[in-house]
Ligand binder design. Structure first.
Ligand code: ADP
Length: 483
C-alpha cells in the first residue's frame, strides 16, 4: 500500500507536542510492515539542508493570484520512510513552526492552505498515485477537502481515499474568510453551515471532517467524548453524523526512543531485570533540580504544555496541601505566562519542594521520565497523551485524571489492585487530585507493592505494532469505500 502522510510536525525536524512523535513512529511501523510510506511536512527555517537532498526544483503552483514555485527535498530514513519537505521560503522559512514567542504567525491560514496544495501537486508531479492520504489535524485538513472539490476531476486523484486523524479537536484552524477564502479557490456555496463555515470563520478541520473517507482520533474514549457537547468543541453534531466512519485508535509509542534499556539521554540505562539504574537516574534528576538529601521522598515529574487543557489550575490550587505532603515536583514545560509565573513563584518560595524548567528540552524530558517515581497528568481533557505511556515504560507510576487516552491506557490501582498500573481521579477537582496523590503516596510506602506496580507497568506493550495493523485495516476500508 502507498500511504502519504501530511503533517505540520515530525521529529526530529519539528515538534511542539504529541503529533510530532506520532506521525514518524506510525510511519516507521507501517514501513516495517512493507508499505511504501511518505511523510510530507513544510521545510521550516529550523530544518537545514544537511542530510536532505533536493528532489525537484521550481514546482509551479498558482496560488492566491500568483504564480509561485516551490522546491521539494527528500530523505529516506534508515527505516525506509520517505520524508518529503515542502520548501517555499516566503511562508515556511521562519524560526518558528506556528509562531514565535507564543504568538501565532498572522498568516497561518495561508501557510497551511499552501502546504495542502503543495502536497497534492508534489504527488501529481512525482506520479506518486497514493492509495491513501493520511492528514493530521487542521494544518493538513485541506487535503481531503481538495480531493473531493478542486481536484475531484483529476484522473490521478479522483478515487484516492483520505483518512483524517484528529489529534486535538480544540485546534480547528479558524480563519477570517476575508483573508483566506479567495485563496482556497473553493466554490462560494461551500462557505455555509453545511460546509466550511463556522460562526463566520473558515474552519479547516470541519472541511476535513466532511470530506475525509474515514476519520480517526487518538483514543477510543476521546472518539466518544468528541461526539458530546462537553468536548465536541461545537462540532459534536457533525462528528455524531459521521460516527459509523469515526474510529478511536490509541496512539502507540516508539519504544526504540522511549525505552530505558536503550536511552542514551539518561545517565544510566536500566531494565526490568536491572532496575538499579533507575536509582542513579533519580539521583541525577535530584541533583539537577537542586533537591538535597532525603532520596526516599518521591519525586513527581511533569512534562507538558502549560495550558488550561492540562489541568495545572488544579495543581496550583493544591499548593498548600502539596507543600505539606512528603513529595517533590520536577516540572518541565512552557505555555501560558500565568502558569509559568505561578509555578516560578512557587519554586522560589519552596526550592526544596518544586523545581521548574521553562523550556522545551528533549534530554531533560527523558531524565524526568527515568528519574521520577511518579508522573502527574491531571488533564481536563486528553485526546491520548503520550507521557503516561512513556512513564509506564520507565517504571514511573502515572497519576492521571480519567479522561480520553488516560482513561484507556491506565488501570486504576484503587479499583483493581492486582492489575493497577497507576492512580486515577475522576472529578475535575483539586480534592480529586489530592486524593489520588494521597493514595499513590500510601502505596509508595509499601516497597513490595510499589515494585510490583513498576514491573507491571514496564511490561505493558504500547508499541506501534498493534495500532499500525489497525491503520492498515482502516486504510483498506477507506480504499474500498472509494471504489
Ligand atoms: P500534547 O500533544 O497535547 O502536548 P502529548 O502528551 O500527546 O501532549 O505529547 C506531548 C509530547 O511533548 C511528549 O512527548 C512530551 O514529552 C513532549 N513535551 C511537552 N512539553 C515538553 C517540554 N517542555 N520539553 C520537552 N518535551 C516536551
Amino acid at each position: 500500500m502507498k500511504i502519504v502522510h501530511a503533517t505540520s510536525e515530525c521529529v526530529p525536524y519539528a515538534k511542539t507536542g504529541g503529533l510530532g512523535d506520532v506521525v514518524p513512529s506510525l510511519s516507521k511501523a507501517l514501513a516495517e510492515k512493507g508499505h511504501e510510506v511518505y511523510i510530507f511536512l513544510p521545510k521550516y527555517g529550523t530544518i537545514t539542508t544537511n542530510g536532505i537532498t533536493l528532489l525537484k526544483e521550481n514546482i509551479p503552483l498558482h496560488f492566491g493570484d500568483q504564480n509561485t514555485f516551490f522546491n521539494l527535498y527528500h530523505l529516506k530514513t534508515p527505516e525506509g520512510v520517505n520524508a518529503m519537505f515542502i520548501d517555499y521560503a516566503p511562508l515556511f522559512d521562519r524560526n518558528g513552526i506556528y509562531g514565535i514567542s507564543g504568538k501565532d504567525f498572522p498568516d497561518n491560514g495561508i501557510r497551511y492552505l499552501y502546504f495542502a496544495r503543495a502536497v497534492i501537486e508534489s504527488c501529481l508531479i512525482l506520479n506518486l498515485n497514493p492509495d491513501v492520504f493520511h492528514s493530521h489535524d487542521w494544518q493538513a485538513s485541506f487535503i481531503p477537502t481538495y480531493l473531493r472539490t478542486l481536484y475531484s476531476g483529476n484522473e490521478q486523484m479522483r478515487n484516492t481515499a483520505s483518512v483524517l486523524t484528529i489529534h486535538n479537536l480544540s485546534f480547528q484552524g479558524l480563519f477570517d474568510p476575508a483573508e483566506v477564502w479567495h485563496s482556497t479557490y473553493l466554490d462560494d456555496n461551500l462557505f455555509q453551515m453545511e460546509g466550511l463555515e463556522f460562526f463566520g470563520k473558515v474552519n479547516y478541520l470541519k472541511g476535513a471532517i466532511i470530506f475525509s473517507t474515514l476519520i480517526t482520533t487518538v483514543s477510543p474514549s476521546y472518539s466518544k467524548e468528541i461526539q458530546e457537547e462537553e468536548q465536541g468543541c461545537g462540532l459534536q453534531g457533525l462528528l455524531k453524523n459521521r460516527s459509523t466512519t469515526l474510529y478511536g485508535v490509541l496512539n502507540g509509542i516508539d519504544d526504540t526512543i522511549w525505552n530505558p534499556e536503550l536511552d542514551s539521554l539518561i545517565p544510566q540505562k536500566y531494565s526490568l531485570a536491572h532496575l538499579e539504574g533507575k536509582k542513579m537516574c533519580k539521583h541525577e534528576l535530584m541533583q539537577q533540580c537542586g533537591f538535597n538529601g532525603r532520596e526516599e521522598l518521591p519525586v513527581i515529574g511533569i512534562i507538558s504544555r502549560l495550558t488550561p487543557q492540562k489541568g495545572f489550575d488544579l495543581v496550583l490550587k493544591s499548593k498548600d496541601a502539596l507543600n505539606a505532603a512528603p513529595l517533590r515536583l520536577a516540572i518541565l514545560g512552557t505555555g501560558m505566562k500565568e502558569y509559568e509565573e505561578a509555578f516560578q513563584q512557587w519554586s522560589k518560595e519552596r526550592p526544596d519542594k518544586i523545581y521548574l524548567r521553562i523550556e522545551f528540552n528533549e534530554g531533560f524530558a527523558h531524565l524526568i521520565e527515568a528519574g521520577s517515581d511518579m508522573f502527574l497528568m491531571p488533564s481536563k481533557y486528553e485526546p491520548c497523551g503520550l507521557n503516561q505511556m512513556y512513564s509506564l515504560k520507565y517504571g514511573t507510576i502515572p497519576i492521571v485524571r480519567n479522561t480520553g487516552g488516560l482513561a484507556d491506557s491506565i488501570v486504576d490501582f484503587a479499583t483493581d489492585p492486582n492489575n493497577g498500573t497507576g492512580f486515577k481521579f475522576y472529578d475535575y477537582s483539586s480534592l480529586g487530585l489530592l486524593n489520588a496523590i494521597e493514595t499513590a503516596l500510601s502505596v509508595y510506602a509499601h516497597n513490595i507493592i510499589w515494585k510490583q506496580m513498576i514491573i507491571r507497568g514496564m511490561k505493558q506493550d504500547f508499541s506501534w505494532h498493534k495500532a499500525a495493523n489497525t491503520f492498515v485495516e482502516l486504510y483498506s476500508n477507506a480504499i474500498s469505500l472509494m471504489r
